[in-house]
Design a protein around this ligand. Structure first.
Ligand code: ADP
Length: 198
């Protein structure tokens, strides 16, 4: 398939780690640089594309496969896609990666990392308190698994970095991988799979 230079920036991490916040900030920063961007936010997808799905492993996998499918269609048509969903299972993330790369687009896994005690303190959505009190079954990181990425292209540590710092780190990663040229537009895709993973 002709390579139209799209990419998928796949943010994965626990609830409250900063995926949605970073996705929005990145979207604005990349739009300013003239990159065509589409955002797929996990919470939003669950209210439309994945409405009715729950939090069993099967439903989570289905949700991620759907997001992966849409992001792949966009990326192979030259769009820069930002996905912001917990995506707790390694195998399905890797599956989405393989499908994306098969279509000639780049897949950049970004681990949005934050220790659980900081998340429990932040408790953006008030869910950790309940989960830690045993009131929520299947809560990722507390009563449900989260499999950390083994070789993410980029890792941000949101307990130590400001939103702006984390977003800049991700953009620097895109530059390093040759996905943005100097004027900021999507570059000629000289994305190097071998050099890609750090
Ligand atoms: P998620 O989408 O992963 O569930 P949210 O983006 O909804 O998480 O919430 C993350 C919270 O953490 C926000 O209140 C945000 O302001 C805060 N935060 C602090 N530092 C960072 C950072 N470096 N990157 C992203 N979010 C951060």
């Amino acid at each position: 398939m002709a390579n139209k230079n799209g990419f998928t920036l796949w943010l994965t991490g626990l609830s409250g780690a900063g995926k949605s916040t970073l996705a929005l900030d990145l979207k604005n920063k990349l739009l300013e640089r003239g990159v065509e961007i589409e955002l797929l936010d996990g919470d939003e997808v669950r209210t439309n594309l994945s409405k009715g799905l729950g939090f069993s492993k099967e439903d989570r996998d289905t949700n991620i496969r759907r997001i992966g499918y849409v992001s792949r269609l966009l990326a192979r048509n030259g769009v820069g896609v930002i996905s912001a969903a917990i995506s707790p299972y390694r195998e399905v993330r890797d599956e989405v990666r393989a499908e994306t790369e098969k279509d000639g687009a780049a897949f950049i896994e970004v681990f949005v990392k934050c220790p659980i005690d900081v998340l429990a303190q932040r408790d953006v959505k008030g869910l950790y308190k309940k989960a830690l009190a045993g009131e929520i079954k299947e809560f990722t990181g507390v009563s449900d698994p989260y499999e950390e990425p083994l070789g993410p292209e980029i890792t941000v540590e949101t307990d130590r970095e400001t939103v702006d710092e984390s977003a800049r780190k991700i953009i620097a990663g895109l530059e390093r991988l040759g996905l943005l040229n100097e004027s900021g537009k999507l570059g000629d895709l000289n994305y190097n799979l071998a050099a890609g993973r750090r």
